[in-house]
Design a protein around this ligand. Sequence first.
Ligand SMILES: [Zn+2]
Length: 269
Amino acid sequence: MKALNFCCFLLAVVTIFGCGDNSPKSKELQSAGNNVRLYAIRYGVSGFSTKELFAEPEEIKNVPFHWLFYLIISPEKKILVDTGFYQEQFRNLFGISLENPDAILTRMGYPPKSITDVILTHGHFDHIGGVVKYPEARIHITKKAFNVIQSQKQLPEVRRFLKESQHVTQYDGSYALDENIFIQEIGGHSPGSCVVYINLDGEKILLTGDEAYVDENIIDKKPVGSAVDPAANKRFIEQAAESKIRFFTFHSPNVVKGEESWREIKKAK
Ligand SMILES: [Zn+2]
């Protein structure tokens, strides 16, 4: 079943993104543009141990760690890839300096009511904690991640919200949200954890969820330290490194720098 889903995904990627620069579809996308915009949003800053970041850290120490999520704007949709969180208990636990994610979205001109879809890459607090702010959006989550959230004690308000919402789509394997957005279940970092591929005006961009925490996970082919299926995580890391697709993680200190809370990710020239 898994292999079949992966084949369907690859077929979908090849069909829509094209096989290479010479495919007619790819040329068409590059010349016409698809009016998709992508923003990285940083809502928190802290340190984090290399023990969590890497399966085999060379040295155990605290390193800079950012807390990010992403916003995709297309002509029809405004899609969040994860929501960040706002709950005090986690802010205190991790010593994070934090601005509420929905307040940043409002400053950007996209208040919670304007969000049409939310993709949840996996069931950890920093990726799902804010989902309750989007009762009108369609929520997209793997069956496994949904079940894990329902079995956790933490975030009872999120558990209840997802259980009662009429707008939740649960899926297994891979899933095309539309012609520009593909979600692929990896399941290495946590049960049902996903990555997201975006067609940004003809360039394929990868949002890694927490299958990679920081850039070094992929650049240096170092699997993450926190994995329920280390082999699946390693496979993903190696494929991502070899694919040379431009990628963005949810905890890298290199995505949004300085005082800014967000930045637009533009197609590479
Ligand atoms: Zn995370």
